[in-house]
Design a protein around this ligand. Structure first.
Ligand code: KMH
Ligand code: ZN
Length: 277
């Protein structure tokens, strides 16, 4: 048995870039997202990271589409819900913050906050400093804790600056997003530097892209960290074999984590470990 705390497994279920042409197993409607989320919960995930899509599958940050997805998920299971404020490349801050209009029973449990601009394949995921502060202010205003999405090392320094200016509090929770084209690679060295560099007492998750996804669950498990898997970042269960849903990737991750002696956090444990309100 590992001396590390239970691992928080997050399923990044939808994303903004993957299409139904690439995989027919991508959930798009609220019901599809909720059904897969319930299976992810059964397979060991404590949290889902969600984007939403229009009826045609186009990426969206529409408040009402998020409301429908959140309600459908909560009808089926107790999994924590983290909403994206990254949206899709090219969206405005107002558009990206659609899910932050949800309060009361529909309020999500957490929201992402990307703390820097980065190449994103052949696109640019634009996060100028005023926009980061705008989104951080809106996350704080509804009483949520952000997950700091770090696609590169300087984004950890920007989190320190945000804390100094009062936009976030430390210790924080970080997600190391490794392997996006044009950004920080999915390498053991990158992971080890990132985890050594976050402010003391902070927690971390690692989300590695494509074929790196499942191997990085093992690396995170050995290091006492948390993992994110799912179709947003990787559509394959194994080389050339599509995952039949997010739950298959969660089940594979759970098996790898357990083989390293890690137990898996329940949503309640995840809430405590990540210090969510
Ligand atoms: N779709 C990417 C451009 C997030 O969810 O906060 C940004 C993204 C990050 O997925
Ligand atoms: Zn996302």
């Amino acid at each position: 048995m590992s001396a590390h705390p239970p691992m928080v497994l997050t399923a990044a279920m939808v994303g903004a870039e993957v299409t139904r042409e690439q995989t027919p197993y991508l959930p798009i409607t609220a019901d599809e997202i909720a059904e897969d989320a319930a299976k992810c919960r059964e397979a060991g995930a404590a949290m889902v990271h969600i984007h939403v899509r229009t009826a045609t599958g186009a990426p969206s940050q529409d408040t009402e589409l998020f409301r429908a997805a959140i309600r459908a998920i909560r009808k089926r299971c107790d999994i924590l819900i983290q909403v994206s404020t990254g949206g899709a490349v090219g969206m405005s801050a107002d558009e990206r913050c659609g899910p932050l209009k949800l309060t009361g029973d529909d309020r999500p449990d957490m929201a992402t906050l990307s703390t820097g601009t980065v190449n994103f394949g052949n696109d640019v995921f634009s996060n100028p400093r005023p926009l980061i502060r705008d989104i951080a202010t809106r996350i704080k205003a509804i009483g949520l804790k952000p997950e700091i999405e770090c696609f590169d090392v300087g984004m950890i320094d920007e989190a320190r600056a945000l804390a100094k200016e009062g936009f976030i509090t430390l210790p924080a929770h970080f997600d190391f997003v490794l392997g996006v084209g044009g950004a920080l690679a999915a390498s053991v060295e990158a992971l080890d530097f990132m985890r050594s560099y976050i402010p003391q007492g902070s927690t971390w998750t690692c989300a590695a892209m494509g074929r790196h996804q499942l191997p990085f669950v093992e690396l995170a498990a050995e290091r006492g960290g948390n993992s994110r898997v799912g179709l947003e970042d990787n559509i394959y269960r194994s080389k050339g074999v599509l995952a039949k849903g997010n739950y298959e990737l969660v089940a594979a991750a759970a098996e790898l984590a357990r083989a390293k002696g890690r137990t898996l956090a329940t949503p309640q444990q995840a809430r405590e470990l990540l210090r969510l309100s």
